[in-house]
Design a protein around this ligand. Sequence first.
Ligand code: SAH
Length: 190
Amino acid sequence: MLRVDRRKFVPEQAAHEAYVDAPVILKVGRDGRPSSTASQPTMVAVMLEQLGPKPGHRVLEVGTASGYNAALLSHLVGDGGHVVTIEIDRELATLAAGRLQHLHNIDVVVGDGRVGCATAAPFNGIIVTAGAPEVAPAWIDQLVPGGTLVVPITTADGHGQCITYERSGDELVELWRVPCGFVPLRGEDG
Ligand code: SAH
């Protein structure tokens, strides 16, 4: 986190919020609620610690938003590793891809992260950074045996539990959970 300057990942008008341990709102949806944020740094750190990416690992992130977490993942997996990050909002994905272009082990994909990224699978770890009502089957299929999934399972009002799972056979075994709040995962239709 000392190597990735969060200020470069938040909008200019929010520069004063860059080093505060709070989410920074990037976009507001039609319902007036945030549809994208740069997540709270403490939550980012907790989730990365749970994911446990190692040099050489292949990691999938769902919800690129600012690109900050993707940049951290890039450093953690190193030159021998690879990060695929998926964002459903094309405008945010384009902005993030610009901020991440100096990091050569990241692909930013525009699309629905619920289907993962079959062409780049399998992954050692999958980290979902938007609140999901349930685990999408692709996230299990696209993990290596013993791989780790970190996902905020979240009700419609935004309250949830960030759960760490390990793939065992074709099932997930829960390892840990912590309360959290995330913007909701959504489809192309909103
Ligand atoms: N990891 C980010 C924070 C993610 S905020 C960071 O470090 O800044 C959640 C993001 O998930 C939002 O930008 C939202 O647009 C995106 N999102 C919502 N539903 C999605 C989906 N189905 N597929 C991919 N991205 C999605």
